[in-house]
Design a protein around this ligand. Structure first.
Ligand SMILES: [Zn+2]
Ligand SMILES: [Zn+2]
Length: 144
C-alpha cells in the first residue's frame, strides 16, 4: 500500500476534480481508515476522528465514507449479521473473518478463481473471497 501521505494527496486531488470541499474532518476520516488495518465500522472511525475533532458529526463521517467509496478510494466489506466495515486497501484481496469476534484480516490466496467477464447478464468487475473461522484469540479463549 502507498504511504498515508500520498493517499491523502490523491484524495485532495480527487475532491478538487469533483468539486468537493476539503475539510480537516474529511481528511481525518480517510487518515484514520488508512491507518487502521482492521476494517473498522463507521462508529469506530467516528470515535477516532472525534478524538481530534470533538465536534465532528456521525453524518459527516458517513458522507465522507460514501464519497470515498464513490471515487474508488475505499471499499465496503459486507458480510452477514454485522454492520458495514470499511477498507482502505482497494487492491484485489480477500478476507479472513472471525465468526466469533468479527475480526477481519486481509489475506492473499493462491488459488485464482476464473470469473467470466459476464455472468447471468452481469458485467463482472471484481470478486472477493471471505474465509470464515476462529481467530487465534478466540481459539485460545474457547471453553475446553
Ligand atoms: Zn475472534
Ligand atoms: Zn481488506
Amino acid at each position: 500500500m502507498q504511504n498515508v501521505r500520498e493517499r491523502l494527496e490523491l484524495f485532495v486531488k480527487k475532491c478538487k476534480e469533483i468539486g468537493l470541499k476539503i475539510t480537516p474532518q474529511r481528511l481525518a476520516v480517510y487518515e484514520v481508515l488508512l491507518k487502521s488495518p482492521n476494517h473498522p465500522t463507521v462508529e469506530e472511525i467516528y470515535e477516532e476522528v472525534k478524538k481530534m475533532y470533538p465536534y465532528v458529526s456521525l453524518a459527516t463521517v458517513y458522507r465522507t465514507l460514501e464519497t470515498l467509496e464513490r471515487i474508488g478510494l475505499v471499499r465496503r466489506v459486507c458480510f452477514w449479521g454485522n454492520s458495514a466495515r470499511y477498507d482502505a486497501n482497494t487492491s484485489e484481496h480477500h478476507h479472513l473473518i472471525c465468526e466469533r469476534c468479527g475480526k477481519i484480516e486481509d489475506i492473499e490466496l493462491d488459488d485464482r478463481i476464473s470469473v467470466p467477464p459476464e455472468l447471468k447478464g452481469f458485467k463482472t468487475e471484481s470478486y472477493s473471497v471471505n474465509v470464515y473461522g476462529l481467530c487465534p484469540d478466540c481459539r485460545s479463549n474457547l471453553p475446553s
